[in-house]
Design a protein around this ligand. Structure first.
Ligand code: OAD
Length: 260
């Protein structure tokens, strides 16, 4: 009987394969693009989106994560995001976040970290810069002026905007279904010529993020997926590493930083 493959060993082997692929590229041109999703924050205690019950923290996404839901029931939507914001203050970054920050700081070429997550665990794990394509829980936007505000407490329809003084103008700075993603210029620039594309903890079900791996490969990148399970986009990658991101990413990063 074969023993189950050890996730740390599989991650280190994938790093060895990457190091061999990158060997012919000058160090300063070994640009890395990393895409993360909800799975990387799961070990910190934040729920992923597509659970087996199809609900997100007990809600249907169309009741809390669409502009129509906010127009219909703003207090319900505010309450939902207030709860998410409070929960965020009670959780900590995990070894996966910390490993990616170590990679970004120790790598000789640019490392672009793109996340679909609205939490701030990459930043708190030490990442020097993060592209938040779906917005951030710790920010609100004034719907009238477009101004973005850093925010740590609750927000309701009755909360006055600290700049305009008016109530009923603030909303979560989160990309809801049907809305355009943020940071498109930074994403386009990052994906221009990656040497390595790493994808961790995303189901690959939401576009345009689901298309980034294919795009990166077309542009010559070596592509590796880190996920507990097979995903809708697993076939786009040269290598897949199965296991918890908090275990596989540290092993991968250590081996990659050692090996190139
Ligand atoms: P999902 O909840 O769809 O997928 C989470 C993925 O993480 C799954 O493939 C799991 O197998 C994997 N996973 C869970 N725990 C893991 C662990 N410890 N280590 C590694 N992998 C693990 O979340 P996303 O793909 O991020 O959009 O969802 C993408 C977008 O859909 C979200 O940003 C959100 C949502 O609708 C918006 O809010 C606009």
């Amino acid at each position: 009987m074969n023993a189950a493959p050890d996730p740390g060993a599989a991650a280190a082997a994938a790093a060895g394969w990457c190091a061999a692929r990158l060997a012919g590229i000058p160090a300063a041109e070994r640009t890395i693009v990393i895409l993360t999703g909800a799975g990387i924050s799961a070990e910190s205690g934040l729920a992923t989106f597509r659970g087996p019950d199809g609900l997100w923290e007990g809600h249907r996404v169309e009741d809390v994560a669409t502009p129509e839901a906010f127009a219909r029931q703003p207090e319900l939507v505010h309450r939902f995001y207030n709860e998410r914001r409070r929960r965020l203050q009670r959780v900590q970054p995990n070894a996966g976040h910390v490993a990616l920050a170590r990679l970004a700081r120790g790598w000789p070429a640019p490392v672009h970290l793109i996340t679909q997550n609205v939490d701030d665990l990459h930043e708190r794990g030490g990442a020097p810069s993060v592209i938040h394509m779906h917005g951030q829980l710790t920010q609100l936007r004034n719907r009238v002026t477009g101004e973005i505000l850093e925010w740590s407490g609750d927000c309701w329809e009755s909360t006055p905007c600290p700049r305009s003084g008016a109530t009923g103008q603030l909303r979560p700075h989160i990309v809801w279904f049907g809305e355009a993603i943020l940071e498109t210029e930074a994403i386009d620039a990052a994906l221009e010529r990656p040497a390595l594309f790493l994808c961790a903890g995303t189901a690959g079900a939401v576009w345009p993020a689901a298309g980034f791996a294919g795009l990166a490969r077309e542009r010559g990148a070596a592509a590796i997926e880190f996920n507990l399970e097979p995903t809708q986009i697993s076939d786009r990658f040269h290598r897949v590493v199965r296991g918890a991101a908090g275990e596989t990413l540290p092993a991968f990063v250590d081996a990659l930083l050692d090996g190139v």
